[in-house]
Design a protein around this ligand. Structure first.
Ligand code: ADP
Ligand code: MG
Length: 385
């Protein structure tokens, strides 16, 4: 069965599921988006900058308060239901632990979850690197606090939902995914300083789309290589006498890099130049200079491929195919790497060519077309009318 796509189809699916599972109709509707990072890759654990957008793929949730203490959650995406007492909470397997982790993180922070029935469905592909998990967490967190009548700051919600994923589910992720799901703004990218979580909405110029293309390569190696890059960059910072690579400017790097062994120099070079590229991308977006934005994306990919060594041959191929299409400003791998997706900045008029030509070329080369998601930047989590 193919899952519904788009907010209207999701609402129909969720309304039907809600009435089948719990009877009657919900009293609150919530939308929470997936995300893609435009630039700023592998910078977040070095106190650096990221520039994500919330995308037009989302989880839609419907809720109604109930008597007692128990929370009931039904995922129409997985046709599976969970039920728990948030004050007496054992772990569970798979997706149920995400729901429980959200309840746990809220409870621990003084936002006790209310008794509620929730049905949800998502058109963020699961496990494709568009952060279906953060969309789910932030959507559930927002829904639970709204139903309880608790007011919660969006940045605080993001931090608590990161805690749910790190501290309960046990997946080590940075703050970016939850942050953009909570704080995204329509037609803006969000420059986030991961050192202090200050942020700035950066208008996206009109006339361009963000196009995500998935390699169909499941992200392998991620955990071990991710850990290795964390250690390598921390070590490089230490050898340069800095608290983190964030504190090393491009000029300082050139002056001090000779002290580093070759491998660490390349790793650090990526992080230092990537932080610089994020800020140059922001300036170019503000100036409407799409050519420079594209150049920064291309250069980011080169750096991730050659210096940071987290790309994959299929990512490199997909990026090359995208750049061949007239009207594509730039393309790069996005997310942790070793598989997953690419992100391209594409003139609106060129999007159909992109879809046709990249699909054909990639299918010729690999036997399978890449799933393609065309999006603009959307708002973060919100109640729906
Ligand atoms: P990504 O966040 O990149 O999509 P993750 O592995 O971090 O991939 O998260 C995917 C997991 O999140 C799923 O395996 C599932 O446990 C949970 N999840 C995401 N969306 C839903 C949903 N609509 N219903 C139930 N669980 C979901
Ligand atoms: Mg995730």
């Amino acid at each position: 069965m193919t899952s519904p796509v788009g907010i209207e189809a999701l609402r129909e699916q969720v309304a039907r599921a809600f009435s089948q599972q719990f009877g009657g109709a919900p009293t609150l509707w919530v939308r929470s988006p997936g995300r893609v990072n435009l630039i700023g890759e592998h910078t977040d654990y070095n106190d650096g900058f990221v520039l994500p957008i919330a995308i037009e793929r989302q989880v839609t949730l419907a809720a109604r308060p109930r008597d007692g203490v128990r929370v009931r959650v039904y995922s129409a995406t997985l046709s599976a239901r969970d039920e728990f007492d948030p004050h007496d909470l054992p772990h569970a397997q798979g997706w149920r632990d995400y729901a429980r982790g959200v309840a746990w993180a809220l409870r621990e922070a003084g936002y006790p979850p209310p008794a509620v029935d929730i049905a949800l469905a998502s058109d963020v592909p699961l496990g494709a690197g568009l952060s279906s998990s953060a969309a789910l967490e932030v959507g559930l967190g927002w829904t639970l606090t709204q139903v309880a009548g608790q007011s919660i700051d969006r940045a605080r919600l993001a931090q608590l939902m990161q805690r749910a994923e790190n501290g309960w589910v046990g997946v080590a992720t940075g703050i970016m995914d939850q942050f953009i799901a909570a704080l995204g703004q329509a037609d803006h990218a969000l420059l986030v300083d991961t050192r202090d979580l200050s942020y700035e909405a950066v208008p996206m110029p009109p006339g361009v789309s963000i196009v995500i293309a998935d390699t169909n390569v499941k992200r392998g190696l991620v955990d071990s290589e991710y850990g290795a890059r964390r250690r390598e960059t921390a070590e490089a910072a230490h050898l340069m006498g800095a608290q983190s690579l964030r504190d090393v400017s491009a000029a300082e790097f050139d002056a001090r890099a000779a002290a580093l062994p070759d491998l660490l120099r390349r790793r650090a070079h990526h992080v230092v130049t990537e932080n610089d590229r994020v800020l140059r991308t922001v300036a170019a977006l503000e100036a409407g200079d799409l050519a420079t934005v594209g150049e920064m994306m291309n250069e980011s990919h080169r750096s991730l491929r050659d210096d940071y060594q987290v790309s994959h041959p299929n990512l490199d191929m997909l990026v090359e195919m995208a750049r061949r299409v007239p009207g594509v400003y730039g393309a790069r791998m996005t997310g942790g790497g070793f598989g997953g997706a690419t992100v391209s900045l594409v003139a609106n008029a060129a999007v159909p060519d992109f879809e046709g030509e990249v699909s054909r070329a990639y299918a010729d080369a690999t036997g399978q077309p890449p799933p393609i998601y065309v999006t603009r930047a959307t708002d973060g989590v919100n109640a729906l009318a």
